[in-house]
Ligand binder design. Structure first.
Ligand SMILES: Nc1ncnc2c1ncn2[C@@H]1O[C@H](COP(=O)(O)OP(=O)(O)O)[C@@H](O)[C@H]1O
Length: 274
């Protein structure tokens, strides 16, 4: 199967130049101009290890900016649940913590993007794609990515976060029961992250993803370092990356992320208008 991704149309008022002038990192991001996000073209990518919180922060930003959150992990799980022709093959790959082939993932993503375009969707935040250099090159061939946010979290916390993940089997929302409390040690700061608990009506319906076991998560972290870390360098060398070290849980990290993206004012305006 040839890996092709349909060329995406891009609104003419692209703000690419707006972003391209900057090499992002947490320190320089404050130099971003305060353009209203409505006038920005949001074609963003979220990178980061399993368990870092890509889904949580990407979906919050999508709600704020009114763009779709497209997580290739969700597309894979939908395909698994559909018991379509690929589902048997995919179950084995996902449960071993391996990556699905570039061809399959691109075909799933193409279908999702085309369906979105047909519905008039504009912009997106991609979460979990690209995960290999080949995927990054294919994406670059069909559209301009404006910004890549690289979320980072200390390694000793990632495994615990993955093992604490839960999904409500009814509403599909993600939660986390892990309570992280790492003490300051050898000059390294401590870190605490409160659990992200579900409302009471979801509590009895929580399930754990079959690939969130210790063995599989360890393999996924290994594969991230081998296959996906080079993708960070791919975007770094193109001056598109915003490095963001998560300082703690959502209450500490969300305002800082908005600040790094120059969206802090925007959230206030949105809530005032609501
Ligand atoms: N871009 C991709 N390329 C290859 N496989 C993918 C991709 N995105 C998701 N997958 C498959 O789906 C699984 C779950 O993905 P995801 O939910 O994004 O995991 P994580 O929580 O580890 O970031 C991955 O372990 C992999 O098997």
């Amino acid at each position: 199967m040839a890996a092709t991704l349909t060329r995406l149309s891009k609104p003419s008022s692209s703000s690419l130049s707006h972003f391209r002038r900057f090499t992002f990192n947490s320190n320089t991001a404050t130099t971003l101009s305060r353009k209203d996000p409505k006038d920005r073209n949001v074609q963003w990518v979220f990178l980061g290890c399993p368990g870092v919180g890509k889904g949580t922060y990407a979906s919050r930003l999508c709600n704020l900016l009114g763009v779709p959150h497209i997580a290739t992990g969700d597309l894979v799980r939908e395909e698994l649940a559909s018991s379509g022709p690929l589902s048997h093959q995919l179950t084995e790959i996902v449960n071993q913590g391996k990556l699905v082939s570039d061809e399959i993932i691109i075909s799933l993503l193409s279908k999702r993007l085309e369906a979105g375009e047909a519905k008039g969707e504009s912009g997106f935040i991609l979460d979990g794609f690209p995960r290999t250099i080949r995927q990054a090159e294919i994406l670059e061939g069909v559209t301009d990515i404006d910004l890549v946010v690289n979320l980072k979290l200390r390694k000793d916390v990632l495994l615990e976060k993955c093992l604490g993940r839960r999904i409500c089997s009814e509403c599909g929302k993600n939660f986390n029961v892990a309570s992280i409390n790492v003490k300051a040690e050898n000059g390294n700061p401590g870190m605490s992250m409160a659990p992200l608990l579900p409302p009471s009506h979801c509590m009895s319906k929580l399930v754990t993803r079959s690939d969130d076991t210790e063995t599989v998560v360890t393999e996924r972290l290994r594969i991230y370092n081998e296959k996906s870390q080079p993708v960070e360098e791919f975007y770094r060398s193109r001056g598109k990356i915003l490095e963001f070290d998560l300082p703690g849980g959502i209450p500490a990290s969300w305002p800082k992320l908005l600040e790094a993206l120059n969206l802090d004012d925007y959230e206030e305006k949105q809530s005032a208008a609501a």
